[in-house]
Design a binder for this molecule. Sequence first.
Ligand code: HPA
Length: 252
Amino acid sequence: MLAVIGGTGLYDPGFLAGAKEQVIETPYGEASVIIGEGPQGSVAFMARHGRGHSLPPHRINYRANIWALGSLGVAGILATAAVGSLRRELPPGSFLLLDQFIDFTKTRISTFAEEGVVHLDFTRPYCPRLGGYLLEAARRLGMDLQDRGCYVCTEGPRYETPAEVKMFAQLGGDVVGMTNVPEVVLARELGICYATVAVVTNYGAGIAPVPLSHDEVGSVMGRNAQGLRRLLQMTMEIVPPGEGACCGKGDG
Ligand code: HPA
């Protein structure tokens, strides 16, 4: 089964028929999942920030969310993320398929493996196979989806200083957000394939002369949500039904 994790601006699974909420108990607490029918079978949907965007990035129960999806037998996650751009050539409204991340989080538990020694390979942090389906979906829709992007994950919830934005760009980052780590890491630990479409909602602090606001991020996302839904829906039509995960421990 496929799952969609909707970030800022994508709170409802409008693209799933007969959607019903299920609360799942996990060793890390409860997680709320909506399950409905996609074009090729059941699809799980999760609003990362909760309904009505009640959870800030550092308070999201990432372990409960990913554990819950794993317990449902999810083999692939299509995630969305609103991001700030670290580069002038990536203006608001750009769509990117992430292929790398740099982790600047500080307080999050980024593993299920609190005992024992687990060192997973992260040469390819995002699933290239799921990414390929997203690129094919974008091609069929005539949408512009950049085929790579390095995501810098900050702790938040504050936005960055202009000095941080400059540093992140110098380090090789393309966009900045607050949620992909540990989500992508936890998915890999459970052997779930994971791909993210990042939508640029603003230039990083100091690149444009205007201060950042969550309302602005939300409204740019709102303007792009329809395109994002179409992309996800087309991708769900393309992924062969019943296809299992390829990002097991140590590979992917
Ligand atoms: N910084 C961090 N997270 C974000 C941004 C940003 O500029 N825009 C959307 N999410």
